[in-house]
Design a binder for this molecule. Structure first.
Ligand SMILES: [Zn+2]
Length: 373
């Protein structure tokens, strides 16, 4: 066991008179291989709040590569012990990215430390075919980010979603919303501040943070948990139904949001709500999906569909849900397409694939109320 290196960071502070100054703070990166979660989080936070990430973190770092337009991520296929092949996120080292004309220390976005205390970065590379081919060897390829979220293991899907959202924000958020001045990175924190000394946000030392838009998503059942209500929007692929969801409005709790969305979209009164799970989702912009289980009195209650948002809605049995999960799992494993072609748009065939929170909620409900013998 060895300590990889001590970490001395230059931490930006603000005096009472409002002046920035830099203090030196010493940290120890966790000893390799025995780092606890808490040690890693504290070291990662120290790096995020320092003025500049130490060169050694870049030089020993792991880089996840993204192309810009369309947004793709570098992955590779790995054969597991059961002889099946799975996509994995592929990281490349500093030498590989610093020798192709990329200004790594300027462009890389720090994501955190992995379980070996190695710094993880997201890096956007120019979308030129020759460069992309150079990184994608015989086993690797650049895969559409949205598709990758359904195909990567959960932990790597989370990293991809985080990286994609941060890269987009850093690229788009260039100007201060108060004065239009130029925003610059605040150390390595992933936040920005306004350079203009006359700007109110500069005077109050306000930092601009990457946005997270909260969305409530609900697996809705009757009180007896005999069936689940799913909905489809016109934009959904043919045959796909999913859980009711919607943006949380200012002033709402998540529970308020769930009651309102279900009342608005299908005209039903919610009796109970229960938190189940959450996840970050990068599309179409950075979202925090908050997954709940809600109940209404009975499947006999009349559904009133809001046709401005929905194309259809209906109650589905545990057997129908299991069939749809199997279909989508099979299609995902074949990778030919995640969804089928179908002329009958409203005929229930599919639910969102694994990786989407709707899929997690449906499997959670089945396992809890209708476990297989
Ligand atoms: Zn400003």
């Amino acid at each position: 066991m060895f300590c990889r290196f001590n970490l001395i960071v230059f931490s930006p502070k603000v005096t009472l008179s409002g002046k920035f100054f830099t203090s030196i703070v010493c940290y120890y990166l966790p000893t390799r291989g025995i780092s606890s979660f808490a040690e890693r989080i504290r070291s990662s936070q120290a790096l995020k709040t320092c003025e500049a990430i130490p060169d050694k973190c870049y030089e020993h770092g792991n880089y996840f590569l993204f192309s810009c337009d369309p947004r793709k991520v570098l992955v590779h296929k790995e054969t597991t012990s059961d002889k099946t092949k799975h996509y994995r996120l592929r990281g490349v080292n500093y030498r590989a990215v610093s020798t192709v004309g990329i200004n790594v220390k300027n462009d890389a976005v720090f994501l955190g430390l992995d379980s070996d205390s190695v710094s993880q970065f997201a890096l956007e590379i120019p979308g030129d075919e020759a460069l992309m081919e150079r990184f994608a060897d015989s086993n690797g390829r650049f895969l559409g980010v949205r598709k990758s979220l359904f195909l990567l293991p959960n932990a790597e899907s989370c990293i991809t979603s985080q990286a994609c959202s941060l890269l987009s924000w850093h690229k788009k958020k260039m100007h201060c919303p108060d004065c239009g001045g130029v925003l610059v990175n605040f150390g390595s924190s992933g936040t920005k501040f306004c350079q203009s000394e006359s700007c109110v946000s500069n005077k109050t030392k306000e930092r601009h943070h990457p946005p997270i838009n909260p969305v409530g998503i609900t697996i809705l059942s009757d009180e007896l948990n005999s069936k689940v209500l799913l909905v489809r929007q016109p934009a959904h692929l043919p045959g796909m139904f999913t859980c009711v969801s919607g943006f949380i409005e200012v002033g709402e709790s998540v529970e308020d949001n769930i009651r309102r969305e279900i009342a608005e979209e299908v005209g039903l009164d919610v009796i109970t709500t229960e938190y189940v799970a959450s996840q970050h989702w990068a599309f179409p912009a950075s979202r925090l999906m908050l997954g709940f289980h809600a109940t209404v009195k009975s499947t006999e209650e009349k559904i009133f569909i809001d046709t401005s948002e929905l194309e259809d809605a209906g109650w589905f049995s545990p057997d129908q849900l299991r069939d749809s999960l199997e279909r989508v799992k099979l299609m995902a494993s074949k990778e030919s397409s995640l969804m089928p072609d179908s002329d009958d748009r409203k005929s229930f065939c599919w639910v969102p694939p694994k990786g989407a929170l709707a899929n997690t909620l449906i499997r959670w409900w089945l396992n809890k109320f209708h476990p297989e013998a």
